[in-house]
Design a protein. Structure first.
Length: 253
């Protein structure tokens, strides 16, 4: 099997939706080796996405548009995109099995940002020194955990189809989040101010495909904890997050 070519993860500079204009996620799933036509046809690429997308809440991961004007094809890839309410995203899936996904940080939308600021002000009302006018945005811990869990569950489903024999690389990046503050639901205790000090946070996890299939939830939780530490939260309760994740994965939201 060939090695990956340097250009294999290139995204176009001009996208059909403005996903790069604000804080966003970048997800890159990649097999261990490069095989140009691991998936035999472009039609099969769309079929794989349709059969493996994760349906755990009102918006699938990844979202495959039913509108043919919001789908695309290239020499060796298929794509879909959307720009609807809180959901702005663009993804490509290559015949080589590589999956690239850009999607907006949903909490950065004006409606959700306003709601989260009100909640966080109540949580942190004891911290008088915070200049709220200087806070660019907020990250919901619950939504953050759910998004990473969806990413790893989708990766597991691709592994189950033998698209990632051997090992898989899961790379997740958060872009444009410097100063974004962690927050949680209004009915939970939350006393501390944790904000990202870097504009970009990201890491790659190289895992055996069988591990991802057997324990996608556990791998997602480990990845979430890694990110939360980079927001400055050094002692999150893994057990509480695990319970939240279990409820999400079992449809108990």
């Amino acid at each position: 099997m060939k090695k990956w070519r340097a250009c294999s993860n290139a995204m176009p500079t001009a996208l059909p939706v403005p996903v790069l204009e604000g804080p966003h996620w970048r997800v890159d799933l990649r097999p261990e080796g490069y095989e140009a036509e691991l998936i035999p046809s472009l039609a099969s690429c769309f079929q794989v996405i349709e059969q493996t997308k994760v349906r755990l809440r009102g918006w699938d991961y990844p979202h495959l548009s039913n509108d043919p004007t919001k789908r695309g094809t290239g020499v060796n890839w298929v794509a879909s995109w959307s720009d609807f309410m809180q959901h702005t995203e663009y993804w490509r899936f290559y015949q080589s099995g590589q999956f690239l996904h850009l999607f907006r940080v949903r909490e950065s939308t004006p409606e959700w940002r306003s709601e989260l600021e009100q909640i966080t002000r109540r949580h942190l009302s004891h911290l008088r020194q915070i200049d709220w006018s200087q806070v660019p945005g907020f990250i919901s811990i619950e939504n953050f955990l759910y998004s990473i869990s969806e990413i790893f569950e989708f990766a597991a489903r691709l592994c189950q189809r033998a698209l990632y024999p051997g090992r898989i690389t899961v790379r997740i990046d958060l872009k444009g989040v410097r100063g974004y503050v962690l927050t949680t639901d209004w009915n939970r205790a939350w006393m501390n101010y944790y904000a990202a000090s870097e504009d970009s946070l990201g890491r790659a996890w190289e895992l055996g495909s069988e591990i991802v299939v057997a324990d996608s939830a556990g791998q997602a939780l480990s990845a979430a904890l890694w990110f939360l530490e980079r927001f400055g939260w050094l002692n999150p309760s893994a057990e509480i997050l695990r319970r939240d994740q279990e409820n999400f994965l079992r449809g108990r939201l």
